[in-house]
Every structure is written in structure tokens, then in C-alpha cells.
Design a protein around this ligand. Structure first.
Ligand SMILES: *Cc1c(COP(=O)(O)O)cnc(C)c1O
Length: 623
């Protein structure tokens, strides 16, 4: 049994992507860890159910935000020490990654001792930032395109006494800010976002480079400096910023960007400006696949390596151009937030799995493909299984053609499909027993994988999986003491063929299928590292609304325990959001039931307004 657990740990790669936060206990359950303490996710799920919640739900572990903040802070502190770097490090969290107030409150709480600040990219985000408890010693930056209202909010922030920096994306913004300044007689500090020709690496590399939509060109930098000089505001410029895109897969691109920015930095200093900060943006990658590679779903480097490379390269540039070492501002979001939440869903059914031999119906005569499928099933062995499996695919097609032409009955077709399913299962069984991992045979893979229908929506739980093919590690939360004999493909309950997940972590990096157990009644599955971007990008496809939530944090005894729960959207909630307001629903329902004249039916109908939008599963729970 122990060796099966070890085997599953290896196959699901949890030690590669789990960052030591997630592990498997001796009972074969996935746990989340805080030092020596740990809690099984199935125990959290049981507690959620006791409180009336059901899957799918978001399990939140805010203490992992603290862990990531500390890891990040220590990486820069150590790097500064190693290279004797004099400038300070100021970390900001870009709130577009997760604006949830509860999340931001925990982040600011844990980040307080490091003067953790926030970055805003829109008016609404800035408003949220300004009403949050950002420490006075922390920096707030405003990125993105800004209208007068956005600029005015930033000025108001300054008037509230916050250390706020408006990062200029275009000349218009600068002249707009100066106009407000002339009225308000106060101005926030100013940063320039500079356009680099260095491109990021990975999926989001188009955020940078000569054609990027953000940043000032060299001509614009000179014009902006003229404007500042003209208004005697050169002193307010104290930061240069670039952001080369999210999920940087290769740290070399970051070094190249710093070197390029260093040249601009030196030129601006030469023109008489005292630049206090170099803001290198975000972009630290999360190793979702656990492969430590330059794949889009991975990152080749650790946070510590990233910090070392950044600090070393900046100090190198400073030495070369004889510059005072600036403070380093970072805006990493993904790596801070990703680990802290897991989407927990459960199995509805394995599609097609009900086709077992017990449903086979004897017939007087067997049509030829059925007879041959029977022979194939009975004579498969380790030597011939690949060939026999390919034969079976042809026989299944043959049977289908016969049926459409009217040459066999529905019973014949059903029998053939049942036999084919048995052959598939036997093929997998033999393949595993001889150590075949299917990596070499995409044709087999395609037919062998079974569809696991899970109670969730790809569009709402992991929208990046659908939008940009992002990989998220997925694995069962229990039963890991038993071998996983099936090859699965995860699909959701939306009426959309895009609602399927096509990429999975594996011991070899990435795979098109996931090892999973055979049919189980109680089979909770976790989709991990969903804390960055997913909740905000989530949409209402099929009116499957916001999921329920349960948070586990460190209690006053220093132990992990459930600290809060929240119900997800009801049918009423999602309908309201689409303008089916209560008055409309009630009057329409009244109209319909007037003809029926049965108050009991009417009441039963209306009671569904309070139901959770996702599937309600009736489990035969094993004790
Ligand atoms: C999105 C964004 C970030 C955050 O990037 P991550 O990859 O999440 O670290 C930082 N800065 C700016 C300007 C951004 O637009």
C-alpha cells in the first residue's frame, strides 16, 4: 500500500508543483501543510458539508499567502546581502490578480512588517486600494491608461497622505496630471513606464517589445522631461517602470530587460533627475506543471534565483554607469496568490463507464463485427494487445456503418460498444502491467482516455484553461492508497465542448490525460494553484455562478482550522445579475401558476430560487 502511495505521488507530480505546501498523507489523502501541522482537504470538505455547503467550492488557505510573501521578501533580502546592495526592496501586489477584499486584507495583514504596498490599474482598483489599510510606509502605484478621474483619484490619494506614484503611460496623462495639480496644489510622485525592445518570454511576451501597447518611447521620454522641467516638477519624477509580461518562463529575459532599462535610467539621471526607484514589474512564473522548464506552464528558476539575478544585474548596471543603487520595486502577483486557493469539485460520472458486460444482451446470431470483438476480447495478451486494440477500433467503426445502413439492430450496436469498452479497459490494464506509458502512441492515447464529468465549470473555475490553454495541476483528494488504472480527461457540466481540460501535469512534464481511479461514488478532485487571476476572470457561462468558499487558516492555538465559509450563488443570485429581478420573477411565476391554480406547485417552483446553481450530488458516504 505504501508503494502505491509513493507511485501516485510520483505520477501526479505533487512534490514538483506543490512547493511543499501540498502533500499526500499515509492514508492516501491530499493535505495542506503549515510546518509540522497539516489538514486533509477531505476533512475540510466534510466540515464544509456539515455547514451546508457542497462542491464545487473554493478552498482558501490564506496562510500560504504569508508563506509566499515571506519567501519572496527573504529572497530579495538575501540577494541584497549577497551583493552588498544598498537600495531597498519594496514589494507591491497588483490587485488585478485578486481583488477579493478578504484576500487583500489578509495580504496586507501579513505584508505589514515588510511595508507591502498595492498596485492599481483602473479607477475601481485604485478606489479599492485607497479604502484598504495600506501601511503609511508602503508605496501605491497607478498603472494603466488614465482619464482625468483616475488622475484625480490619485491626487486625492496623495491628499489622504498616501505615498502614491502615478506611472505615466503617455504625454496626455502627464499634462492632465499637471492641470489637476495647478488646482489642487499637490501632486503625487511620478513614474515613467518605459517601452523596452526586450520582449518577455512565454505566453505574455507581447506585453513588451517595440510594439507593446504600454510605455513611453525615447521621444516621449524627452518630451515628458521637457514638460516637467517647464513646470519645475523635475523633483516629482522618482521612478522608472517596466513590466515585460506575466509568467516569465526564462529569467534571462528579465536580465536583458534590466540591462536595457539601466541605459535609459543612466540617461535620465544624466539629464538631472534623481530616480529613487527602479520598478521591474511582476512576471515571476509559477511552476504549474512542476517540470521546471521553459514551457508556458512552468518556470525554469526559483524565486531565490530570480531575486539574485535581478539584484546582481541592477548592481552591475549601477557600477557600469556610476549610478547610486536605486530602490527596487517589484509588482509580482501571480507567484504570491496562486498557491492559496484550490477548487474542489467531485465526480458526477465516468462517461460511458456503465457499458460493462452485465448489460450485454444475448442474441440468436452474432453479427460479424460483434463476433470478432468477442474473439478479440477473449484472446488479448501482452504480445498482441496493441494490434488487437487497433483491430477493435476498426470493428467498432464497421459496426457503426452497418447500423446506419440498417444491417444490424440496436441490440447488436449496444453489444459491440460494450465489448469495445471492455477491450479498452483490458488494453490499459495490460499496458500498465508491462510498463507502457502511452507517451509514444498518441493514437492509443486519444481512444483510451475516458471522460470524467466533474461538477464544475471550466469557464468559472479555471477560465485561463479555456482562454489561453493554461495548465493547472489536478488530482484526486483521496484514495491515493489505491492504484489509478484509468486514463482520464476532465470535462465540466457546461453545455460547451470547450468545457474540457486538455493539458495536465505529469511526472514527465505535461500530458494530454490524467491517471485516475475507476468509478468511485465519493470522488472529490482538486484543481490546484488557482489563486491568481482565475476568480476575477471567471464568467457566468451557463449561469453557473460564483462557487461556495471555505477558508482554512492558523487559529489562536497555532493550528490549522476552518475559519470561515460562504455560500455560492443561488439561482436567484445569477438571475438577478442578468436583470431577472425579483419583481419580474414573482409576477411572471404568478401569471403561469394562475392557470394551474395549485399553490403547492407554485411554492415548490419558487423554492428552487434558493438552490445552488451547480449539481447537487447525493453521496453514499463510506464511514
Ligand atoms: C499584471 C501586472 C503585474 C503582475 O504580473 P504577475 O505576472 O502576476 O506577477 C505587474 N505589473 C503590471 C504593470 C501588470 O500589468
Amino acid at each position: 500500500m505504501r508503494s502505491t502511495i509513493r507511485d501516485n505521488i510520483r505520477r501526479f507530480g505533487i512534490e514538483n508543483w506543490g512547493a511543499d505546501y501540498f502533500a499526500v498523507n499515509t492514508r492516501g489523502e491530499v493535505v495542506v501543510r503549515n510546518g509540522d501541522d497539516s489538514i486533509a482537504l477531505v476533512d475540510v470538505l466534510r466540515e464544509a458539508e456539515a455547514q451546508g455547503l457542497s462542491a464545487p467550492m473554493i478552498m482558501r488557505f490564506p496562510f500560504l499567502v504569508r508563506e509566499q510573501i515571506e519567501k519572496f521578501h527573504n529572497a530579495f533580502r538575501n540577494a541584497k546581502r549577497e551583493f552588498n546592495y544598498k537600495g531597498k526592496h519594496q514589494a507591491l501586489f497588483p490587485i488585478k490578480v485578486n481583488q477579493n477584499r478578504h484576500f487583500i486584507e489578509r495580504l496586507l495583514h501579513y505584508g505589514q512588517e515588510f511595508s507591502y504596498g498595492l498596485e492599481a490599474g483602473t479607477k475601481a482598483e485604485l478606489f479599492a486600494v485607497l479604502v484598504s489599510d495600506v501601511p503609511e510606509t508602503a508605496l501605491i502605484t497607478c498603472n494603466g491608461f488614465k482619464d482625468r478621474e483616475f488622475l484625480d483619484l490619485a491626487v486625492l490619494g496623495k491628499q489622504m497622505g498616501k505615498d502614491i506614484c502615478v506611472i505615466i503611460e503617455g504625454i496626455e496623462e502627464l499634462t492632465g496630471l499637471i492641470e489637476i495639480y495647478r488646482r489642487a496644489e499637490i501632486i503625487p510622485s511620478i513614474g515613467f513606464r518605459i517601452k523596452l525592445s526586450t520582449r518577455g518570454s512565454g505566453k505574455w511576451e507581447a506585453s513588451s517589445g517595440d510594439n507593446a501597447k504600454f510605455g513611453l518611447t525615447s521621444t516621449e521620454i524627452l518630451i515628458a522631461l521637457d514638460i516637467l522641467r517647464e513646470h519645475n516638477l523635475m523633483d516629482t519624477l522618482n521612478l522608472l517602470h517596466f513590466h515585460i509580461g506575466s509568467q516569465i518562463t526564462n529569467v534571462r529575459t528579465m536580465k536583458r530587460a534590466i540591462k536595457e532599462a539601466g541605459i535609459i535610467f543612466a540617461e535620465v539621471v544624466k539629464l538631472g533627475v534623481n530616480i529613487e526607484y527602479l520598478n521591474i514589474g511582476g512576471g515571476i512564473g509559477v511552476d504549474y506543471s512542476g517540470s521546471r522548464s521553459t514551457n508556458m506552464a512552468s518556470a525554469e528558476y526559483s524565486v531565490a534565483e530570480f531575486a539574485n539575478d535581478v539584484v546582481f544585474t541592477i548592481s552591475d548596471v549601477c557600477e557600469k554607469f556610476k549610478l547610486k543603487q536605486p530602490g527596487i520595486v517589484t509588482e509580482s502577483g501571480r507567484v504570491i496568490a496562486a498557491y492559496h486557493s484550490v477548487v474542489v469539485t467531485d465526480l458526477v460520472e465516468i462517461m460511458g463507464a456503465e457499458f460493462d458486460l452485465s448489460h450485454y444482451r444475448e442474441t440468436e446470431t452474432m453479427v460479424k463485427p460483434v463476433a470478432e470483438l468477442t474473439y478479440t476480447l477473449n484472446h488479448m495478451n501482452e504480445r498482441n494487445y496493441v494490434e488487437y486494440y487497433h483491430d477493435a477500433i476498426e470493428l467498432k467503426e464497421e459496426l457503426k456503418t452497418m447500423f446506419t445502413m440498417g444491417f444490424c439492430s440496436l441490440v447488436d450496436k449496444s453489444n459491440g460498444e460494450i465489448l469495445f469498452q471492455e477491450i479498452v479497459e483490458k488494453t490499459i490494464e495490460i499496458a500498465f502491467s508491462v510498463g507502457e506509458n502511452f507517451e509514444r502512441d498518441p493514437f492509443m492515447r486519444k481512444y483510451l482516455a475516458e471522460k470524467y464529468l466533474l461538477n464544475f465549470s471550466v469557464f468559472n473555475s479555471v477560465p485561463d484553461s479555456w482562454a489561453v490553454g493554461q495548465l493547472f495541476p489536478i488530482m484526486p483528494l483521496k484514495h491515493l492508497e489505491r492504484p489509478c488504472d484509468n486514463l482520464g480527461v476532465v470535462t465540466d457540466i457546461t453545455c460547451d465542448s470547450d468545457g474540457t481540460i486538455f493539458r495536465y501535469q505529469s511526472e514527465h512534464g505535461e500530458s494530454e490525460y490524467l491517471p485516475l481511479h475507476d468509478e468511485m461514488d465519493d470522488y472529490p478532485i482538486g484543481i490546484f494553484l488557482t489563486g491568481a487571476y482565475q476568480e476575477v476572470l471567471a464568467n457566468k457561462h451557463n449561469l453557473l455562478g460564483q462557487m461556495s468558499e471555505i477558508s482554512v487558516d492558523i487559529n489562536s492555538d497555532g493550528k490549522l482550522s476552518v475559519v470561515s465559509t460562504a455560500h455560492g450563488d443561488s439561482i436567484k443570485d445569477v438571475l438577478n445579475s442578468m436583470y431577472y429581478d425579483d419583481a419580474f420573477i414573482h409576477s411572471q411565476a404568478k401569471k403561469c401558476f394562475k392557470k394551474v391554480d395549485n399553490p403547492k406547485l407554485h411554492r415548490r417552483f419558487m423554492s428552487y430560487l434558493n438552490s445552488y446553481t451547480y449539481m447537487k450530488r447525493e453521496h453514499k458516504r463510506e464511514e
